[in-house]
Design a protein around this ligand. Sequence first.
Ligand SMILES: NC(=O)c1ccc[n+]([C@@H]2O[C@H](COP(=O)([O-])OP(=O)(O)OC[C@H]3O[C@@H](n4cnc5c(N)ncnc54)[C@H](O)[C@@H]3O)[C@@H](O)[C@H]2O)c1
Length: 299
Amino acid sequence: MTAIFESAANPEISDAGMHLQNHTAIITGAASGLGEATLRRFVGKGANAMILDVNDEGGAALMEELGNRVRFTHADVADEAAVSAAVDATVAAFGGVHILVNCGGSAAGPPRRTVGRDGPYPLPEFAEYIRSYLIGTFNTTRLAAHAMSGNDADGDGERGVVINTASVAAQDGQIGQAAYAAAKAGVTGMTLPLARDLAVLGVRVMTISPGFFDTPRGIATPENIRESLIAQTPFPTRPGIPDEFAHLAQAIVRDTCSQLVEVQSCNHQFSSGVMYQLSMYPFASFVLTPVGLSKNEAT
Ligand SMILES: NC(=O)c1ccc[n+]([C@@H]2O[C@H](COP(=O)([O-])OP(=O)(O)OC[C@H]3O[C@@H](n4cnc5c(N)ncnc54)[C@H](O)[C@@H]3O)[C@@H](O)[C@H]2O)c1
């Protein structure tokens, strides 16, 4: 599957899109998990990076480890002033922003049924899921894309790339996941209008909907739930490895998809441990969503 990402058969395609070398990424949630893997891969490929996270200890340790092409700003993704300051700090440190990867956000509470033993689902908890995952993603996207609009365009007219992170739960939420699924469905739902809005600026918008990944959060999942999630993964039947997410993010940065027109509903299997339904839209956007079928349904 690796060959897909490297487009080895067609050097023209593999060279399309934005290069990581000497370009600058803001990666939210980069102090852990999928964001950290993306940070490590992007910096390893020559990018500058701003860690935008609320985890001061993790952010500072990574900045120390990865050297002077990495900075850290403490910011809550849904905080307008803090994200605006982080974008300004990125431009001041590296001269611009070319890539935004949205991995930041956190669960406001454990999975709960809409009506449980303790009564109805607490509304503040629902609101916090939406604030953190959905409002946070929109907030960072609008502010980073505004900064990207000042970049010089490349030969395709491209100035930037935004990569959002949704979840299988956007289409296939489980019992107790109403709040999380609603927030993530919001992220997938806004991907196409965001891509259409920002195409005029030369900014592409993509959303990756991961299945189950072995991040610190995934590893901490109770064993019975973990086993059930892994068992539902058609092939390979294992959790995704965070660098597989990062590899896909890298491929999205590099591939403008400008040669692809309305290829919809192609079943496509990536190396990240889940089977994806891949929808591609003209030029600006494609949405990667796992099929989320059980093994039986998939056959
Ligand atoms: N791990 C999985 O199996 C999985 C599956 C599907 C989707 N996802 C999604 O991927 C993203 C990353 O998940 P992960 O597993 O890497 O999680 P993680 O907990 O390992 O990392 C999340 C990072 O986000 C930071 N963060 C939390 N709230 C924040 C906020 N308000 N502002 C800024 N930073 C904040 C945390 O400090 C942490 O560093 C999340 O959106 C998650 O919903 C994960």
